[in-house]
Design a protein around this ligand. Structure first.
Ligand SMILES: [Zn+2]
Length: 113
């Protein structure tokens, strides 16, 4: 169909109902999406950057007034950013996987081809 190879669903072993998850998600209504939250595209949580960056900024400002507190702020913000970077990389990978995923319409099972 359309030149695309049919994939067999690992759950129900059917191959007649598989389609791209991203395409399937676009066809769902808001009510339909609410019923299958596990199929949603993973979010990137960009807003989480503001807290550690704010701590870094405060650390820089404090460095001028109070060296000790400034260092604590800089170290904390830096450590926070590094751990956040790993989680963001993980989220980006999950998002990339989501775009590659297929869904089996009959049983609503999403899987990587
Ligand atoms: Zn299936």
């Amino acid at each position: 169909m359309g030149g695309t190879r049919m994939h067999v669903c690992p759950l129900c072993k059917r191959s007649d109902g598989t389609t791209r998850l991203s395409a399937y998600w676009r066809t769902l209504s808001p009510e339909g999406r609410a019923g299958v939250p596990h199929l949603a595209r993973p979010a990137l949580h960009d807003e989480r950057w503001t807290a550690p960056l704010g701590l870094l900024t405060v650390g820089c400002a404090l460095l001028v007034a109070d060296t000790w507190l400034g260092f604590v702020g800089l170290a904390g913000g830096g450590f926070w950013l590094v751990s956040l970077r790993d989680r963001v990389a993980q989220a980006a990978k999950e998002r990339a996987d989501w775009h590659r995923k297929l869904i089996c319409r009959p049983c609503h099972h999403a899987f990587l081809p």
